[in-house]
Design a protein around this ligand. Structure first.
Ligand code: ADP
Ligand code: MG
Length: 745
């Protein structure tokens, strides 16, 4: 649109010309995209770049002074070539080689300061850049106009554009776009010493000092945290605007009766959390509570007591499980724990009891209909099912409480979807995490919720010992399977966890008992399998991972385990089969259950005392901690063996970390440090390019806290953001971007 002032949303085509085509290949389409294409690093103009760390094949941007420049006649061709050398502070040399001297001779003269980009190679023992691109610095007509005396930004690679060209495009945009709305209100900026957004862009791309780009970076991080927190605060405010029905505890009713039936006392942590929840339920403000706790800390009992309180008050509760296996198990264990209390209307059932309905994807039509009816009529006080199912199909008579169990993937969407089920009122919500999470994650992902934490596990809980087993050490491997057999002989049961299901006809895996020399199944039957070649990519590596089916077959043949009763559990089995296997395992009819991570969360078989995790390096730290939480749940101590063929020290270090502590919070911190933020936040938070890009949940706690407080205060004072249209527009923009991202999948 000619004549209109460029804004951050203006397409780059009208601002930088043909370069826009290349920039678009990096998804840089609008002025804002380019302005937020942050420099990867900065070069100090007063100091030559250190050449000693440059690797062959690396694309580099270096700053130095021309030391010598020699023109040579070419033997085979006409014309002459130019070899200039540049030097770093330590005297290391880098040759700049041009096969045609023309045009370069006059520019690259000794003493000239240059900014050079190219790919490092070696020729005749000398480090060089062949046909590098460069810009002259300092005074003079030929000198670059983009770079001043301050630190020089270095950008990540854009097709057909070197770092200097990107800088030139950024320069154009910085000059063209004048009106840059700032989502951080001036009061907040003043309180935290943050420069305005337009200044911050300039300070990032064309800093006059190191301090300046640091300050700008701090501001942009603050913005990421602030905008995210404002979004959470606005969401929370709008949901608080729809009141909830208070569900007061009824003395002597189901909840109290159930508590009396429990074969154990609640831990102090459980009692405290329960008190918090009961107080929340008693309010017209809908509860939004996150219950995070150590694996095995007994979250389910707490949730069940909360559900019963709501039932006592005349409403229903929904329990959302992440998998069918877990939904089925919850249904069974809750029914068992409640006993006659869950048999209302049945012979022998308690007269003031309730019923527990179950909804899974693979129920028969008749079964499902029966359960849907129980939910709709209100006959079922508790409705257990998978997230998707309950959200899409279930009608409730009076939904009072939603419990989301073992949330792994943290999306705001899931928590929100059930609100629509309750006309005119918000249900109370309790979200339980699968593993402990660091404070900053809680604040960022569950920032709209109050948090309860349970760190202790019930007394008498048996310790779990964890060891790392090197898969390339046949004697250790053999010993592992002997330990499994010994455990079974002592009356225990064992999980063997594999990273994938595997296929019966997998061509990569040999027949019979052996899975790779030195693999997790010791090589007792001759050669077979192959180790991945060192240069094999990850895909190739993945094909080498041990599958449930292969391991099961191998264990059947191994002398140590051949007589044991082996079972298989994985996601491709029909639900009834999975359920039958789980029940058989729970009844002790299976000694060794070879499974995928379907057993990861919630599965509760107290007699299971040992776990072998195969290719353990393939799992995340928190995931291993969660997996290992499946054992040591009864009266006997647990043993967890993490097997890995990985010789790489970092992988082994991770496994050793898991082996060294059972403190889930400590492990969660470690996990977060090693993973990309996106893995932690899930698609909805990380997918859109504009959300957390500079912010590091591990390192920026202080900043996140400050941004949190500022944002929540602001929204409390102005919930509709009427006085802050820039912030409101930014939230709308991010919403749209996120929606578009989710649409694309
Ligand atoms: P998680 O917090 O990992 O979900 P669960 O709720 O599955 O843990 O509880 C683990 C086990 O501990 C269950 O078998 C449960 O019955 C038992 N349990 C819960 N609370 C207590 C308690 N206070 N004392 C003893 N055992 C308990
Ligand atoms: Mg649980």
């Amino acid at each position: 649109m000619a004549g209109e002032r460029p804004t951050p949303d203006t397409n780059l085509r009208s601002l930088v010309g043909k370069a826009a085509v290349n920039l678009a290949k990096k998804d840089l389409v609008t002025a804002r995209d380019l302005l937020e294409f942050w420099p990867r690093s900065y070069l100090d103009p007063t100091r030559p770049t250190d050449f000693s760390t440059l690797h062959d094949g690396e694309y580099v941007v270096v700053l130095a002074e021309v030391h010598t420049a020699v023109t040579r006649k070419m033997r085979q061709r006409r014309g002459s070539m130019l070899i200039a050398t540049i030097r770093d502070g330590a005297g290391n040399q880098l040759e700049l080689t041009f096969f045609s001297a023309w045009g370069h001779e006059n520019a690259l003269v000794p003493g000239r300061r240059v900014l050079v980009s190219g790919t490092v190679s070696h020729y005749g023992g000398r480090r060089q850049l062949t046909h590098p691109e460069y810009e002259l610095l300092g005074a003079g007509a030929e000198a670059s106009s983009t770079f001043g005396e301050g630190p020089i930004p270095v950008y990540g690679q854009v097709p057909k554009m070197n770092s200097m060209k990107v800088a030139a495009a950024v320069d154009l945009v910085l000059h063209a776009v004048e009106e840059i709305p700032d989502p951080i209100p001036v009061t907040v900026r003043a309180a935290h010493g943050l420069p305005p957004l337009s200044n911050a862009y300039a300070m990032m791309h064309q800093p006059r000092s190191t301090q300046e780009h640091r300050k700008a970076r701090w501001r942009m991080k603050f913005q990421e945290a602030f905008v995210l927190q404002a979004a959470l605060a606005v969401m929370r405010h709008s949901s608080d605007a729809v009141p909830a029905v208070p569900r007061s505890a009824t003395p002597g009713a189901l909840a109290d009766q159930f508590r009396e039936r429990l074969p154990f006392d609640l831990t102090e942590g459980q009692q405290q959390v329960l008190a918090e929840i009961t107080a929340d339920l008693d309010r017209t403000l809908p509860m939004h509570r996150l219950l995070q706790g150590e694996v095995g800390s007994g979250k389910t009992v707490v949730a069940l007591l909360a559900m019963l309180t709501v039932i006592d008050a005349g409403a229903q509760a929904a329990l959302l499980a992440p998998t069918e296996v877990l939904a089925v198990q919850h249904h069974r264990s809750i029914s068992a724990m409640l006993g006659p209390l869950a048999e209302a209307g049945l012979l022998g059932g308690s007269s003031d009891g309730t019923r527990v309905a179950l909804l899974t994807g693979s129920q028969s039509a008749a079964e499902r209909k029966k359960n849907l009816l129980m939910a709709a009529s209100g006959e079922a006080g508790i409705v257990v099912g998978t997230h998707a199912l309950i959200q899409e199909h279930v009608q409730f008579a009076e939904l009072g409480l939603v419990v989301v169990d073992e949330q792994h993937r943290f999306g705001v969407e899931q928590r929100d979807a059930l609100r629509a089920k309750v006309e005119g009122a918000s249900p109370h919500t309790l979200v339980m995490t699968a593993t402990p999470i660091p404070r900053t994650v809680a604040m960022t992902v569950f920032g709209d919720m109050e948090t309860s934490t349970m760190t202790e596990v019930p007394r008498g809980r048996q310790p779990i010992t964890t060891h790392v087993v090197r898969g390339d050490q046949p004697t250790w491997v053999q010993r592992t399977w002997e330990r499994v057999a010994e455990e079974v002989a002592k009356g225990g049961q064992v999980y063997v966890v594999c990273p994938r299901i595997g296929q019966e006809d997998d061509p990569d895996l040999p027949d019979g008992a052996t899975i790779g020399p030195g693999g997790p199944i010791a090589d007792q039957h001759g050669p077979g399998g192959r180790r991945p070649a060192p240069d094999e990519d990850d895909e190739g590596r993945r094909a080498q991972l041990h599958g449930v089916l292969q391991v099961w077959r191998a264990l059947r043949e191994l002398p140590a385990t051949t007589d044991l009763r082996l079972g298989i559990l994985h996601g491709r089995q029909p639900t009834e089969e999975k359920d039958a296997v789980m029940q058989a395992f729970a009844r002790g009819e299976i000694d060794v259950l070879v499974a995928t991570t379907v057993i990861e969360v919630g599965v509760d078989v107290p007699n299971a005392t040992q776990m072998v995790v195969i290719d353990a390096d393939r799992f995340g730290i928190s995931q291993l901690h969660q997996l290992r939480g499946r054992i040591g749940r009864g009266t006997k101590p647990g043993l967890c063996l993490l097997m890995s063929q990985e010789a790489e020290s970092l992988s082994l270090e991770r496994l050793e970390a898991v082996a060294s502590t059972t403190d889930g919070f400590e492990l969660a911190r470690l996990d977060l440090e090693q993973r990309r933020e996106g893995d932690v936040l899930g698609a909805s938070q990380s997918g859109a390019r504009s959300s957390l890009r500079l912010l590091r949940l591990t390192r920026d706690e202080e900043l996140i806290t400050a941004a949190h407080d500022a944002a929540w205060q602001l929204v409390a004072d102005d919930p509709d953001l009427t006085g802050h249209p820039e912030l409101r527009a930014e939230l709308a923009r991010l919403d749209a971007e996120r929606a578009a991202f989710l649409e694309r999948g």
